[in-house]
Design a protein around this ligand. Structure first.
Ligand code: PMP
Length: 342
């Protein structure tokens, strides 16, 4: 006899890379450099004085701080312990057993698990490496549509103007699907899709502190959406689910936001320089902090101690863009000479 729901019996585990990995970490799309020293010092000072025996008390206050900063309407922002956790909340709150969720293929490997553990069924929307929109129109009968902008692992992206007809078609349906825009990598893209949230009550948008804000260790993300929906989601969130230390980290990261920006601003140019310099490999144009490379260069890179994300069965791999020195190492290993920054 099993104590599990029968529909979960054959659910495969999330394919986590072995830990601790050795060498240069270009397999997790993390930030290539750690916090600026002055921000780290400020956070350490906060933690020294933080009461460890009390429940976290600052979620509401910091939700307000972030909401004002991003210009969301009152009640339009929900903080969560990672954007993955917020996506799980959206699935849990919205799906009844057997509802379908359209997800990109290829796409973020966590999505099928989040859909299935919440009783949903996955509908894979073929995306290749260039984000065609037609297949999404065919998926508008799904209960939820999860778009990743830019997509992981391909880096493909579409602009708000290009996406608009899909949003309009979704909103015009008798029962509109919930459109979830996962903008985990939006800071590296030409633009954000956030204005869609103000115009369509069936759109929610997710952001994370794990990538551009170099804070993957703190597990922080937020959701923007129609205040009526956001307040419902908030009532379904586990209380005190964001640790107090993470809330302090959020506060300090916002205090020092300008110090994090140069690393983010420099990345797209470095990414594009690497893409243009590869003599033996092809990388699709990317709007993220990573590139999708064929043929799969993993063996050559790993032989040099550079850990990348293999994409089994595709003949490709995903490489995170690290620092300038990291990128030079990658280029050299792949037979390229990385040009100097412009
Ligand atoms: N969405 C996408 C597309 C991602 O690639 C990732 C992280 N790899 C996440 C969400 C999860 O981010 P978080 O660390 O906030 O859970």
């Amino acid at each position: 006899m099993s104590f599990l729901r029968p529909d979960l019996a054959d659910l495969p585990a999330y394919r986590r890379p072995p830990e601790p990995p050795t060498g240069l970490r270009l397999h997790m799309n993390e930030a290539g450099s750690d916090w600026p020293a002055e921000a780290r010092e400020a956070l350490l000072a906060r933690l020294r004085d933080m009461p460890f025996h009390l429940y976290p008390e600052r979620q509401e206050e910091l939700t307000e701080r972030l909401r004002k900063r991003v210009g969301a309407p009152e009640g339009g922002l929900l903080l969560g312990p990672s954007s993955g956790a917020l996506l799980d909340l959206v699935a849990m709150a919205g799906l009844s057993f057997g509802d379908t969720v359209a997800i990109p293929d290829p796409g973020f490997s966590l999505y099928p698990m989040l859909v299935r553990r919440n009783g949903g069924q996955v509908r894979k929307v073929p995306q290749g490496t260039d984000f065609p929109l037609e297949p999404w129109f065919e998926a508008l009968d799904c209960r939820q549509i999860w778009l990743t902008l830019p997509n992981n692992p391909t880096g493909a992206w579409v602009s708000p103007e290009e996406l608009e007809p899909l949003l309009a078609a979704a909103a015009a349906r008798p029962v509109p699907p919930l459109l979830v825009m996962d903008e985990a990598y939006a800071e590296f893209a030409p633009a954000t899709h956030r204005l869609a949230v103000d115009r369509y009550p069936n759109v929610v948008l997710l952001r994370t502190f794990s990538k551009a804000l170099a804070s993957a260790s703190w597990r922080l993300g937020y959701l923007l959406g129609d205040p009526a929906l956001v307040s419902k989601l908030a009532t379904l969130q586990l209380p005190y689910s964001i640790p107090a230390a993470s809330l302090e980290a959020l506060d300090v990261a916002l205090d020092f936001a300008p110090a994090f920006e140069p690393a983010v601003r420099a990345l797209p140019e470095r990414r594009d320089r690497l893409v243009a310099s590869l003599p033996l490999h092809h990388a699709a144009p990317s709007a993220g902090n990573f590139i999708h490379v064929t043929p799969d260069p993993s063996d050559a890179l790993e032989a040099e101690g550079i850990k990348v994300r293999r994409l089994p069965g595709t003949g490709a791999a995903r490489l995170t863009i690290g620092t300038e020195a990291d990128t030079t190492r990658v280029a050299t290993t792949l037979g390229a000479t990385l040009p100097q920054p412009a």
